[in-house]
Design a binder for this molecule. Structure first.
Ligand code: 3HC
Length: 699
């Protein structure tokens, strides 16, 4: 190697007669780190200087072809040679180059194949441009070369969706040249020989012009603006692809500028935090180690949650025994599960031919005793402690030794539930989010006595169900619902003090939430919160400002939201309108409470709402309910519709800084010192200048 920064173990040359192979070996996913880029540069120089090889094949060792740029390097100064330079060197190589894809060729990895003179893929592999998902765009020639090889529409589709494309489709679209079977190294040898003797034709993108159509670009631009109004990178992606009408070199410059513009955005940082956060939550010691074997699951309760959980298990290929107390409930449960599975087929999540097999794995039963042979029971019945205690007491007598007993409670004390059994070590909370077969969050709640292998099995199950498992400790509401219970009040206080429900919703949707809190309330059913408030009325803290007065009055009218046609909004026609009668209720409540309404800007609304969320989230980290700030962030991204591009509440908090948050809370506390209290953790962080990202590193 000409450069000391790379060794033969990362990028090396292998010679086979008159052809040469460049082997990349950078586990786990052959990301194009600086060592790889430098290694490619050096080996290409070396082979071209020698000039003896008739063709070069680039292939990767390990489980996959290159998964793209090394994402960990983003946000740091880029070290040359950068990827577009390396790719241009490949394209300009006097010796023809073929890339041999196995596993997944993603982002810069696929772009390396595109800049090669030919592309061969091993059957079963996939290609993709997932940069869109991390706030970027294909920045190593993908926006210029894919339109040349496969047309504008396919390039826009791949770059804007980030989807992984099977090689059959990629071949049909001309994005690759050949699909073969075999081992990557053998295929590399054969492909290089074929390229050398002309039986594999070279297609160099610098010799191809894009078939350009402005109408296609205009439609794509209108589409991304409508679909992702908050995001910068989809618009930039279209802009870069449009530049493929220019000569390659000029188009590459525009692509680079668009790429760097995206790199500078906080959205890119937020989305990359989400990418690593999703993986970090299961990277903890509690998620590792021995697990128990789960072959069959029992689900108690055929309501919305139980049916959703059962659906989720069936989709993962795990047989389910569904228990209900009455035949009617059981039938309803089976019908819901069937409907869920049909929905999964129509959404493309389940191949149509697997649907019947999934249903065949469901065994409905009215006999709790039939749970004797299951490996894990998921109780998903009414959220009432005495009901849960009774069920767990029975399960203790029925289930085989070593079976895991899990409760899908959303806020109840797992330790109390476990205490009625003779095996508290086998008990944990597995809190799913509705609809349970769609939402990806699973809070894994550790009881005082939960055994380590039971906890690790919870994480393994989350993975099997394709969910994001996050560890939580016992408290009222665990991580997510506890934080929600706190900041949800802010929306009500804002309305009491002068904002309209619609303004609050619009402001928060402007921030990036898919739906504002009042629209969510209408969708979920306002009666749910009403029942909870009534149940908890006796325990209400008299010092706390009551947040439910307006919602109570709405519910007293029988307006429970969408399902009753009216709530905060009126659901007639295609667009819901603010309910005028709610405005009257609000006026009356304000008058009764002696409140003089004032105006709030959208920014003030977002600031208060987010500050309240961050304050409780900080307390959740401080008292150990969540292990690290990133756990809170993932709970909100995967369970609460928090805008992914903002990374999560505590990643967002770092963009504000602890000192600013303390300042805000102290200012709001002038109005309501009971609700607005500075968490000790935040005060400490403000004093010593640390961030939640620092705490993630420590944890
Ligand atoms: N850079 C750095 N690390 C990466 C990485 C990347 N591009 N891709 C994956 N990793 C890491 C993961 O963080 C994980 O690390 P860990 O074991 O320490 O948690 C490890 O590799 C394995 O990843 P997964 O757990 O995700 O393994 P899977 O087998 O489930 O998935 C994968 C593999 C499909 C490659 C998936 O990791 C993936 O989608 N990676 C991201 C690919 C991507 O976004 N590429 C585009 C990068 S941007 C780019 O190329 C810019 C260019 O256009 C200029």
């Amino acid at each position: 190697m000409a450069d000391g920064s790379t060794g033969p173990e990362v990028v090396s040359i292998e010679r086979e007669g008159d052809i040469a192979l460049i082997r990349i070996d950078n586990p786990p996913v052959n990301a194009s780190s600086h060592a790889v880029r430098q290694g490619l540069w050096n080996t290409l120089e070396e082979l071209n200087a020698e000039g003896t090889a008739k063709a070069i094949a680039i292939y990767c060792a390990g489980r996959t072809f290159m998964a793209g740029a090394d994402i960990k390097e983003f946000g740091k100064p880029s070290k040359p040679p950068v990827m577009p330079e390396v790719h241009s060197k490949i394209e300009q190589s006097a010796i023809p180059v073929v890339s041999v894809i196995h596993g997944t060729a993603l982002g810069g990895g696929f772009e390396m194949a595109l800049c090669s003179h030919a592309r061969v893929a091993i059957k079963g592999s996939r290609v993709g441009l997932p940069e869109i998902l991390i706030g970027l765009l294909p920045g190593a020639g993908g926006t210029q070369r894919l339109p040349r090889l496969s047309g504008l529409e396919f390039a826009l589709d791949m770059s804007l969706s980030g989807r992984q494309v099977g090689v059959a489709e990629a071949l049909e679209k001309g994005a690759i040249d050949r699909v073969v079977e075999g081992d990557p190294r053998d295929v590399a040898v054969h492909s290089a020989r074929d390229l050398a003797d002309g039986s594999l034709a070279a297609r160099r993108t610098d010799k191809i012009e894009t078939v350009y159509d402005q109408a296609v670009i205009d439609a794509a631009l209108a589409g991304v603006k409508a679909r992702s109004p908050h995001l910068v990178n989809p618009v930039k992606t279209v802009e870069a692809i449009a530049a493929s009408r220019l000569p390659l070199e000029e188009g590459m410059k525009i692509e680079r500028q668009c790429f760097m513009d995206c790199m500078e955005t906080p959205q890119r940082a937020g989305l990359i935090h989400a990418f690593f956060g999703e993986r970090a939550v299961s990277g903890i010691a509690e998620a590792k180690g021995p697990t128990r074997d789960i072959q069959k699951i029992g689900v108690i309760g055929g309501g919305t949650m139980g049916s959703g959980i059962a659906t989720s298990c069936l989709l993962a290929g795990i047989p389910v025994r569904l228990i209900e107390v009455a035949a009617e409930g059981l039938e309803r449960g089976v019908a819901t599960i069937t409907k869920n599975l049909d929905g999964a087929v129509s959404r493309g999540k389940l191949p149509a031919d697997k649907r019947d097999a999934a249903i065949a794995m469901l065994e409905p039963s009215l006999e709790m005793d039939s749970l004797a042979d299951v490996d894990l029971v998921l109780e998903a019945v009414f959220e009432q402690m005495d009901v849960k205690r009774e069920i767990f007491g029975k399960l203790d007598g029925i289930c085989k030794p070593g079976a895991i007993l899990a409760s899908n409670t959303s806020y109840l004390d797992i330790n109390e539930i476990a205490s009625v059994t003779s095996r508290p070590q086998d008990v944990l909370g597995l809190h799913f989010f509705s609809p349970a077969h769609v939402m990806r969050l699973l809070e894994i709640v550790q009881g005082e006595k939960t055994a380590p292998d039971v906890l690790a099995t919870g994480f393994a199950l989350a993975k099997r169900l394709k969910k994001v498992g996050v560890l939580a400790q016992v408290c009222d509401g665990f991580i997510g619902n506890r934080i929600l219970a706190h900041y949800g009040k802010t929306a009500s206080y804002l309305v009491l003090d002068g904002a309209s429900p619609q303004q609050v919703d619009d402001a928060l949707e402007g921030f990036g939430f898919a739906m504002g809190p009042h629209r969510v309330g209408d969708l979920a059913g306002l009666d749910i919160g009403w029942m909870t408030r009534k149940r908890k009325a006796a325990d209400r803290d008299p010092a706390e400002r009551y947040a439910g007065a307006v919602a109570d009055r709405i519910c007293e009218n029988g307006w429970f939201g969408r399902k009753s046609g009216k709530g905060y909004y009126v659901y007639e026609g295609s667009t819901p309108q603010p309910n005028p009668e709610v405005a009257t209720i609000i006026d009356e409540v304000r008058a009764a409470e002696g409140i003089t309404p004032r105006s709030f800007t959208d920014e003030e609304i977002v600031d208060r709402y987010m500050t309240a969320m961050i304050a409780e989230a900080a307390r959740v980290v401080e008292d150990g309910t969540a292990k690290r700030p990133v756990d809170v962030d993932m709970v909100f991204l995967f369970g609460y519709g928090f805008p992914r591009f903002r990374g999560g509440p505590l990643h967002y908090a770092d963009t504000l800084g602890a000192a600013e948050l303390v300042r805000r809370i102290e200012a709001y506390a002038q109005e309501d010192p009971h609700y607005w209290q500075v968490p000790d953790l935040l005060r400490k962080m403000a004093a010593d200048g640390t961030s939640f990202a620092d705490l993630n590193k420590e944890g």
